[in-house]
Design a protein around this ligand. Structure first.
Ligand code: ADP
Ligand code: ZN
Length: 563
């Protein structure tokens, strides 16, 4: 370890994984990004005879690994769809002669690590028969499946070719498998085990002699500093705010700005560069960017010629840059298109992989959620995800670390222990997030009990007469806008006509609600996340991918609120 990799001590659960590896066990290892997953198979690969096969989804990641390994004098190769024929032939030749050689132990030119894309396994018969020869010659030491969560449709990065990796265990039942991932809630874990046909994990940890050994390192990363900042209402102002933030805090650091849409990514990139007078060099990354351009951007970013990448969540896997010092989120809505707070954790976690301090900033404005929620969330599930992230964003008191811990233990059914090393740790404040460092004097508290009660009363009256309101509809009505009237649904089976009903504020709620539009919408969102209100959808459950027009979405009092 010291001689080849220049690493002095093991980190997290590296030692355990290496040992289990040397014992030839099936292993699942879940470690946060930057935790040091590579060492867990690269070290055993050098210490055991034969070749270690590594399946990895991204060519850029593999290229990087190979480069590092070669620099350290390790014989490593990679095979992808793009490997030139002569190189392919040469590598296959070397593997074939390895397979038939009788000698065990370290032969000078033995390939110790062979990286391949999942397509190689799924589609190349030649390669599979080559693997068979290696196995028959006792020269396939282990199979490593990187980013193993890609095999599960329940995970957040499903790749069809990963599903076909099941043939590995089918063809080579005695070669141990090491599955690696940075995100793997228990149901995804179970799914992966099933798909890859790995042996069951018993009891989470204690495996029987031939069960899969499960390792997980805590997810919590103390070098990440989380902050939620108020998002200005105008797009222009937001650009200035972000640009100032970068110039003041990260003048020469690399960073990412995550945006919801491709168009946003493009316009943010352009405007930030313009507003900063070219002092901040930006690049754009989204699914529609040409592959060649993507490669170039990766390069420029790595070399520091591009300082900030403005991207959609398509920019993710394959970021092997350690010194990302900040990740900004342009909107809270991003999270729901992924996997709620889980998605936010993933995206923000691209910062600080090198273990040095990094900032994760979420620009938040309750109106973001109210105005576009009906477009972005087409179902109840989407709503739940949205509320999880809203709860996180709205909270101005609880430590961000504790909010994450709670979320992971409740929604992703991960135990607290997978967040920090022990449960009591999980509930200690981090001491360095915005909510931990905010001066009490900077927080403005408003008691909105009466206003909340008024809102509930008004909504109750609307519901009682068959009306339906969206968040902004309720906000307007409660403030007395639109002449204080609302429409009943109309339509339905009996084709009732729509009816306009006037609300009597004084008798229903003791008057109109006196709050500004901003405060009102913020309060309604708060009532949603505290579960006094819920949103329902009138679209029928059996239509798939329905577009829920704002009019079909309605707020409703919960039983909790009625009680
Ligand atoms: P992962 O694949 O889990 O995201 P990597 O394997 O790429 O992480 O490792 C991240 C960085 O940490 C690399 O630069 C690696 O050299 C370094 N690293 C790994 N293990 C150790 C260790 N025990 N001590 C110091 N640095 C380590
Ligand atoms: Zn904190």
């Amino acid at each position: 370890m010291k001689k080849v990799f220049n690493i002095g001590d093991f980190r997290l659960c590296q030692k355990g994984v290496c040992n289990a590896n040397m014992d030839g066990r099936d292993i699942v290892c879940v470690m946060p990004t930057g935790g040091g997953k590579s060492l867990t198979y690269q070290l055993p690969a050098l210490l055991t005879p034969g070749c270690t096969l590594v399946i990895s989804p991204l060519i850029s990641l593999m290229t990087d690994q190979i480069l590092h390994l070669k620099e350290s004098g390790v014989e490593a190769v990679m095979l992808t769809g793009g490997t030139p024929r002569h190189l392919l032939n040469e590598i296959q030749q070397r593997l074939t002669s390895m397979a038939s050689s009788r000698a065990h132990g370290h032969q000078g030119r033995d390939i110790k690590l062979c990286y391949v894309t999942p397509e190689k396994i799924a589609k190349s018969k030649t390669f599979m028969s080559l693997l068979r020869k290696l196995v028959e010659g006792g020269k396939l030491a282990r199979i490593v499946i990187d980013e193993a969560h890609c095999a599960s449709q329940m995970g957040h990065d499903f790749r069809p070719d990963y599903k076909k990796l099941s043939i590995l265990r089918q063809f080579f039942p005695h070669v141990p498998i090491l599955a690696l991932s940075a995100t793997c809630p228990p149901r995804v874990l179970q799914d992966i085990l099933k798909i890859l046909k790995m042996k069951p994990v018993i009891d989470g940890k204690a495996a029987p002699p031939d069960g899969t050994v499960y390792f997980s390192a805590p997810l919590y990363r103390k070098n990440l500093h989380y902050t939620v900042l108020p998002k200005p209402s105008s797009a222009k102002e937001l650009i200035v705010t972000m640009s100032d933030y970068i110039l003041q805090n990260h003048r020469n650091d690399s960073g990412i700005i995550y945006c919801l849409t491709r168009k946003d990514a493009e316009s943010v990139a352009e405007s930030i560069q313009a507003v900063s007078n070219g002092r901040i060099k930006t690049g754009v990354y989204h699914a529609n960017v040409e592959d060649e351009q993507k490669e170039r951007l990766h390069m420029q970013w790595r070399e520091g010629k591009v300082q900030v990448v403005c991207a959609t969540i398509a920019f993710g896997l394959g970021i092997d840059k350690g010194n990302v010092r900040f990740v900004l989120h342009h909107t809270v809505l991003l999270a729901i298109s992924q996997k709620s707070l889980d998605g936010y954790y993933q995206e923000s976690g691209r910062a600080g992989r090198d273990g040095q301090d990094a900032d994760c900033v979420l620009y938040y404005r309750p109106q973001d959620a109210t105005r576009q929620a009906s477009i972005t969330c087409s179902d109840q599930d989407g709503m739940v995800k949205l509320h999880d992230i809203l709860r996180f964003a709205q909270d101005m008191q609880e430590c961000r670390k504790i909010l994450f811990a709670r979320y992971f233990s409740e929604s992703s059914d991960l135990s607290m222990a997978s967040w920090t090393t022990n449960e009591s740790d999980a509930m200690d404040r981090c001491g360095h997030c915005d909510n931990c460092t905010r001066l009490p004097a900077n927080v403005e508290h408003k008691d909105a009990t009466i206003e909340a009660w008024q809102i509930l009363k008004i909504l109750e009256a609307v519901e009682g007469s068959g009306g339906r309101l969206t968040i902004s509809g309720l906000s307007d009505l409660a403030r007395g806008l639109g002449g204080g009237s609302f429409e009943t649904g109309g339509g339905g089976k009996r084709r009732k006509a729509k009816e306009k009903i006037q609300i009597d504020y004084d008798s229903v709620a003791g008057g109109k609600v006196r709050l500004s539009k901003d405060d009102m919408e913020s309060l309604i969102v708060q009532m949603l996340v505290l579960r006094y209100l819920e949103e329902t959808f009138s679209s029928t459950a059996y239509t798939v991918n329905v577009y829920v027009a704002p009019g079909n979405q309605a707020l409703r009092l919960t039983r909790f609120a009625r009680e």
